[in-house]
Design a protein around this ligand. Structure first.
Ligand code: ADP
Length: 262
């Protein structure tokens, strides 16, 4: 009975969100969370109403990236109020439930699944144009929960870097999404080349052309390439959203072009 009630509640809340987009990667460290946050910011800059669900329960990093680490979630009669950035992006993360950023969340699959259900059924997103869902790397519990609980996911964006290893694991992520009947919106190649700030020369740190190849092999669109820029890591560490601080950078332009294609 409670399960049915919860399912109905999820349906009701999700029906008010036009586009639900999951951000996945085959492996960690490729910039998936950075991409998820900057996609949310890019849609927000374009004037859309945006929410960001950090579905990486044990490895959450969205609060830090948006400088919301000290936020908490508040219960009301209508549900749970998400945190909100100064630009008005609504954010939910398991990080808002812990005492400090250093407190680990040690949970097995079923608990993670129930927190995701709780987030989906209780968070008051209201009417949104886009809900960006940052999934943990790989094909574990959370992506499975999200895929099963959200009735009409618009599609998956898959983040990779141009290394051979990342290209191999990205196939797994694509196949996983396909098995779950999720549409694949496309692949984003992150850390794609580096322009030396001193001499201006372009260096392909992890190889080049990998994104095109994998997109072609798997028959999915390549949404864009985001170059390596040391300022991205720096602004992540400072909690200052990169594309707000450096609107004219190659990275910001790439993001704005990518959201046009989504
Ligand atoms: P994931 O979510 O895939 O584990 P993160 O988003 O946490 O990866 O990114 C891993 C690290 O790489 C972070 O320190 C982040 O700031 C950095 N990073 C991500 N994308 C870029 C980029 N395009 N240029 C420079 N650093 C980046």
């Amino acid at each position: 009975d409670d399960i049915i009630k919860q399912r109905d509640k999820i349906k009701e809340r999700m029906s008010r969100i036009k586009n639900k987009i999951v951000v996945m990667s085959g492996k960690g460290g490729v910039g998936k969370s950075t991409v998820a946050v900057n996609l949310a910011l890019s849609f927000n800059l374009k004037g859309y109403k945006v929410g960001l669900l950090d579905a990486d329960i044990t490895g959450y990093s969205v609060p830090k990236l948006l400088n919301l680490s000290s936020e908490k979630l508040y219960n009301t009669d209508e549900g749970i109020l998400p945190a909100e950035t100064t630009m008005g992006i609504k954010v939910a993360s398991a990080g808002f439930l812990t005492e400090s950023e250093e407190t680990p969340i040690i949970w097995r699959g079923p608990l993670k699944a129930s927190l995701i259900k709780e987030f989906l059924s209780s968070i008051i997103w209201g009417d949104l144009d886009y809900l960006i869902i940052d999934l943990p790397p790989g094909t574990g519990d959370e992506p499975l929960s999200i895929a099963q609980d959200i009735p009409d996911i618009s599609g998956a964006v898959i983040v990779t870097i141009p290394s051979d290893l990342s290209q191999r694991v990205v196939r797994r992520a694509v196949n996983f999404a396909r098995l779950l009947n999720m549409r694949i919106i496309g692949i984003i190649e992150n850390m794609s080349g580096f322009v030396c700030p001193h001499c201006g020369a372009r260096v392909d740190i992890f190889n080049s052309g990998g994104g095109e190849k994998i997109a072609k092999d798997l028959n999915v669109p390549l949404l864009g390439k985001i170059p390596l820029d040391p300022r991205v890591a720096e602004s992540g560490d400072n909690g200052i959203p990169f594309i707000l601080a450096h609107k004219d950078s190659e990275v910001s332009k790439s993001f704005m072009e990518i959201v046009e294609k989504i």
